[in-house]
Design a protein around this ligand. Structure first.
Ligand SMILES: Cc1cc2nc3c(=O)[nH]c(=O)nc-3n(C[C@H](O)[C@H](O)[C@H](O)COP(=O)(O)OP(=O)(O)OC[C@H]3O[C@@H](n4cnc5c(N)ncnc54)[C@H](O)[C@@H]3O)c2cc1C
Length: 506
């Protein structure tokens, strides 16, 4: 039987994980990546002697049963990571809370600093524990067929029953039931939900939220050389399993033939034929590439879906001597009365002092980011270039103000200050309008799966459940790879060259 050709559009963590898993299963995999390095929003770029993490900075999901650990075992990857402690430090206006991974330190910290949440943690930890175990069984969620539903049913265990009510309520409702009204406690939860569930407790689903705030407990890791090392190791694994990644090749059009195969056109004027396409893209980007061939469901989706968040980032080169040494990641909330994001909540990550590849001698690379609505940026960019520039400066100042809380005198100390707007994210990750981070998790009943309405064309990446983060997109990629293998085995796509065990489809 002929080896089936898979083309993956985009070498983000989701695309590379799925591509490498399929290469390992014997498919002929080509990843087409527009940029000169892999990783997309979780990439690390070179600038003036620094290696800055472009977006993602905190790596989770490497614990036993975590998505990166499962994918790494299947692919034979020894992740170049080290666990960091504490996971991060949260600065509210009048309270500073350290999120220790160490259980006893964390219990002491939360008892002292967040007594209002004492009943919350028991429920959150029980829910997260059961949900992580469920996730490790690689559930077909959301199910797209009766067969998916039956497979999903076999993965449900009694430990999920007591926590099932959380699937139907918001985190805000859970906090209300527990009588948590205190603003510091609510903001503490909201700030963490915003970065991991893309929405705050009022909207975030309680079960998803329980996992989202659990990251420090299960462990946060530092990849050597920056977050982009995850994608680079995946690209190496892809090659080791017989696949290839071609850089500087942006797919500009997907053409579908009557025999259900595809031809992908690139900006270099090349074409690539495929039996299966995995699009490591947002639905908007996929619809653009399909043009008139986009199925009606996808066309409806991109017209009706609200836009997602954008990010404003600052990349700083700062002398080691002025940087804090007690943690690498910080989250700052400036004002409890203002909504989070838009410079009022800022995440700050400092490259590890042991990671000498990341900055010139004596310096460190620092990434700051805040959630921002994309519309005002694009409006100003079109209508008022001076106003746009002023907005960049205003956001730069807000982020530097926040950074002063952990890096005193950062404005004078920083030897390099490079801003990143939604326009920069659009340019460097090709995500339309710079929409990043996937969809908010308000309801588990309406999450998006990998199906596109086009046979043998799947989405991977943070637009599909379980959404954003390198760990989230890896979980989604494990599911998609398993589905492709099953479809091939059922000869819906034809059989691949060889089947190796243990299979991702198990
Ligand atoms: C500011 C910020 C902070 C974040 N912080 C964290 C964090 O701390 N921890 C965490 O785990 N996650 C974090 N995230 C989220 C995380 O980075 C993403 O959810 C994840 O990396 C998305 O992966 P993806 O597989 O969807 O691909 P993407 O990262 O979107 O990558 C897609 C790739 O496809 C390529 N591409 C796009 N179009 C084409 C085309 N037409 N042809 C060829 N190639 C194409 C792009 O160049 C890119 O390399 C953060 C994100 C942002 C923006």
């Amino acid at each position: 039987m002929k080896t089936k050709r898979v083309v993956v559009i985009g070498g983000g963590v989701g695309g590379l994980t799925a591509g490498a898993l399929l290469a390992r299963e014997g498919f002929a995999v080509t990843v087409l990546e527009a940029h000169v390095y892999p990783g997309g929003c979780a990439g690390t770029f070179y600038h003036k002697g620094y290696r800055f993490d472009a977006g993602a900075t905190v790596a989770g999901g490497f614990q036993p049963g975590g998505p990166h650990q499962i994918a790494g075992n299947l692919l034979g990857i020894q992740w170049r990571i080290e666990r960091i402690e504490p996971a991060w430090v949260i600065h509210l206006p009048e309270r500073t809370i350290t999120r220790w991974s160490d259980e006893s330190k964390w219990q002491a910290e939360r008892a002292e600093k967040l007594p209002e949440l004492r009943h919350f943690w028991r429920i959150q930890e029980q829910a997260a524990e059961a949900a992580w175990q469920f996730a490790a069984r690689l559930p077909e969620y959301p199910p797209a067929s009766l067969a998916d539903l039956l497979r999903l049913a076999t993965k449900i265990r009694p430990s999920l029953i007591p926590i099932s009510p959380l699937a139907l309520m918001s985190m805000g409702q859970l906090l209300d039931i527990l009588g948590v009204r205190e603003r510091n406690a609510r903001t503490f939860i909201d700030a963490q939900l915003l970065i991991s569930a893309q929405t705050t407790s009022r909207n975030a689903n309680a079960l998803y939220g329980a996992i989202a705030v659990d990251l420090p407990r299960v462990g946060v890791y530092h990849p050597h050389g920056g977050i982009g090392t995850i994608a680079r190791q995946l690209a190496e694994a892809l090659a080791a399993h017989g696949g290839r990644i071609i850089y500087r090749h942006a797919v500009t059009r997907i053409e579908r033939h009557a025999d259900k195969t595809f031809v992908l056109h690139t900006n270099k004027g090349n074409t690539f034929e495929a039996d299966i396409v995995l699009a490591n893209l947002t639905p908007w980007a996929l619809a653009e590439l399909l043009g008139d061939a986009a199925p009606p469901s996808l066309q409806r989706e991109v017209k009706t879906r609200p836009s997602t968040w954008g990010a404003f980032t600052l990349y700083l080169g700062v002398p080691s001597a002025v940087l804090p040494t007690h943690a690498e990641h910080f989250q700052i909330v400036q004002d409890l009365d203002q909504p989070l994001g838009e410079g009022n909540s800022v995440f700050i990550s400092i490259s590890s002092p042991h990671d000498t590849e990341r900055a010139p001698s004596g310096m460190r690379a620092v990434t700051l980011s805040t959630h921002t609505a994309i519309a005002p940026w694009w409006h100003l960019r079109k209508t008022d270039p001076d106003g746009y520039q002023r907005r960049v400066e205003q956001y730069r100042d807000k982020l530097l103000d926040a950074a002063e809380r952990v890096i005193p005198n950062v404005r004078n100390a920083a030897q390099l200050v490079l801003p990143g707007t939604p326009a920069a994210f659009q340019r460097f990750t090709r995500r339309p309008l710079g929409m990043v981070g996937g969809f908010p998790f308000a309801s588990l009943l309406t999450v998006r799966g990998p199906h596109t309405g086009v046979e043998n064309l799947w989405l991977v990446g943070d637009s599909i459940f379980p959404g954003q983060s390198t760990a989230g997109v890896t979980a989604g990629a494990l599911r998609v790879a398993a589905e492709v293998v099953r479809a091939a085995a059922q000869r819906r796509i034809f059989l691949p060259r060889r089947a190796s065990a243990p299979s991702v489809a198990q």
